[in-house]
Design a protein around this ligand. Sequence first.
Ligand SMILES: [Zn+2]
Length: 521
Amino acid sequence: MILLVCAAELITAQTQPTRFDILRGAYGADRANNDLLYYHLDIRVDPAKKYISGKNTIRFKMLQDANRIQLDLHKALNIDKILLGTAELKYSRDEGAVFVDFPDTLRTGRTYSVDFYYSGNPVEVGRFGGMAFHKDPQGRPWIYTACEGTGASLWWPNKDQWRDEVESMKISISIPEDLVDVSNGRFMGKTVLGDGYTRWDWLVQYPINNYDVSLNIGKYVHYADRLNDLPLDFYALPEDLDKAKTQFAQARGMLEAYQHYFGEYPFRKDGYKLIEVPYSGMEHQSAVTYGNHFANGYLNRDWTKVGISPRFDFIIIHESAHEWFGNAVTAADQSDMWIHEAWATYLESLYVEFRWGKEDAIKYLNGYKSKLHNRYPIVQERGINREPRDDDQYFKGALFLNTLRSVVGDDRKWFELIRGYYQHFKYKNILTEDVIAYFNEHSGMNLTPIFNEYLRHAALPKLELKAESGKLSYRWQAEEPGFAMPIRIGTRIITPTANWQTTDKEFQVPTDLYLIEVVKE
Ligand SMILES: [Zn+2]
């Protein structure tokens, strides 16, 4: 995801979590008793009535004996029936939660499948629209979903949380026959239904988080390309095809850069798709959406204001980075969303480094300093449907990773570490503690106080300097106990602590390599 509204709008008030938030955010017993295996979402979309109807088949394995599971569906949508085989199940609704009751105990280790039928008019909400029934500039239907934050249960029933993912998914979207649907995964074909509708079938062959599941319905035209054996598919409105062919060519260089640092594109069997949409963009797995006006920078602006952003299309580079961080490596709770956003932002700089070298990458990243707030810790409270409170998870998070690179102090080792980290957690859902444990183990350093200082406290660490009679004294003022981040100055390394140390050699702190505040007395 990227942000296109001013940061002030994004600051969620630090209010007590509502009943809705607790039901959505908690991984309670009725969620934890099962493990998702598979969804088949099969719906019909009526553009004229802004109406959807159909079912989601939900297959799961029981981890404990139980008679009840928790699913989610937005209150605006009706539940038509929930079936186990042919037997209709009882359920109760509470805010966005749907508790499904089974007459016979579901047994540990066994696999079950329910068909959840629903219908209604989904509401258009949230930062990107949730599910939006728009028209393109020519007045034709242009319908899309983008529901990160709000949650996928805004438009379809599922186990709507970040901890558990299905292993694979089929998506069948029936629409009027003159339109095209592009969803996630591999296109399996379309079937003319004989009543003016056509069903488009897509198969996702990897784990997928709920908010990535998407439909994009419009008068799309399609063209295809390949990068070695990876299928690349591009979709644009007919009048934008030429512009798309020019701009979307950047996808190749993006893939080459990220594959260089992290390894093979994670969803090879599903291919890589880029789809024109009317909003800025979203990282929908293997079906990245694009609304950056076929121009470089971000919405035609120099995004980090240091002259580097205009060299590439910010949306292609940022949203596609999420295929590695966000979609392949996924946070297990929204509280830890920096695992998506700090990394995707950092990957922008790796793209710059791959194309134009390290100096430009560092310059690009430091351009983000103007966007920092340092008001709230990046990692938020877990289990209450709460994401980080502002965009520090992006820019401060990326500058923190750049700082970590300087602490590791050896680029070869750094690139090994981040590639290993990605490979280790690929297709897994993790928390900040998992990231820290990996970096500690594989760097041979105790990086915990450094991670904590940047992620669990609001303020930046301050390096206090005091010059007195030809000597220089220095110490850290930081919130995390035991914070003693070493600073490399040329060939020297100083290791300030909370206590004053004195040296007789002057030094200049390289603040483009370390995100710190330097305070001179
Ligand atoms: Zn993002």
